[in-house]
Design a protein around this ligand. Structure first.
Ligand SMILES: Nc1nc2c(ncn2[C@@H]2O[C@H](COP(=O)(O)OP(=O)(O)O)[C@@H](O)[C@H]2O)c(=O)[nH]1
Ligand SMILES: [Mg+2]
Length: 186
């Protein structure tokens, strides 16, 4: 069983906690009330994916850190990002500022040296209005347009593909380390 630490972050009230709950349990319930996340909340769940190159199935254990986008908690961000292997950067496609998304990218992806493939941009929609296609605020980073009410299966499929890319990256690093150890002992 492989394990990964992922973070979900983005502007406040975009639907991160709702989205995280869906990923962790595949059920969603909204009372209509907004309960801001205080700092961070960690969800643990398992999932299955396939490695992109080989198609090899992988059972994975996910630690999903649902991080508040409120800058009040900014001092905690280095502790939250420490050791993360992937970031879901979620924003509300009906109400967002591109500079805010860029700034989360810098703080959560750039600062800890993650590669572009380790981030998934999620242009989320939680209202019943017609969806739009938004150009990615961060070039070279994959973006998906989501509406959990309309197409939860699409979200699950894209998330599993993201996991495949993350676990493939983790495996490559492990293989390199093992080669290094073997190389050093010869
Ligand atoms: N019906 C519905 N409500 C949503 C959806 N996403 C978020 N909400 C509601 O919008 C509010 C803010 O969502 P939340 O996930 O707490 O935002 P966060 O601050 O980004 O974590 C909450 O009242 C949620 O229940 C959605 O896809 N459908
Ligand atoms: Mg939240």
């Amino acid at each position: 069983m492989s394990t990964a630490k992922l973070i979900i972050v983005g502007p406040c009230k975009s639907g991160k906690t709702y989205f995280a709950n869906f990923l962790a349990s595949s059920t969603t319930a909204s009372s209509g009330e907004y309960y801001p996340t205080k700092g961070v909340r960690i969800l643990e769940f398992s999932s299955a994916t396939n490695l992109p190159q080989t198609g090899k199935p992988v059972d994975c254990e996910i630690e999903l850190w649902d991080c508040s986008g409120d800058r009040t908690y900014e001092a905690c961000w280095p502790a939250i990002t420490n050791g993360a292997q992937g970031v879901l950067l979620l924003y509300n496609q009906d109400q967002f500022e591109a500079y805010e998304v860029e700034s989360f990218y810098k703080d959560f992806v750039g600062k800890i040296g993650l590669k572009e493939y380790q981030c998934l941009l999620i242009a989320n929609k939680k209202s019943s209005v017609q969806g739009r296609t938004i150009p990615s605020p961060i070039p070279n980073v994959k973006q998906i347009h989501t509406d959990l009410g309309q197409d939860p299966d699409y979200v699950r499929t894209e998330f599993n593909e993201f996991l495949g890319r993350i676990f493939s990256g983790i495996k490559n690093v492990q293989d390199q380390e093992e080669l290094g150890i073997v190389g050093n002992t010869q």
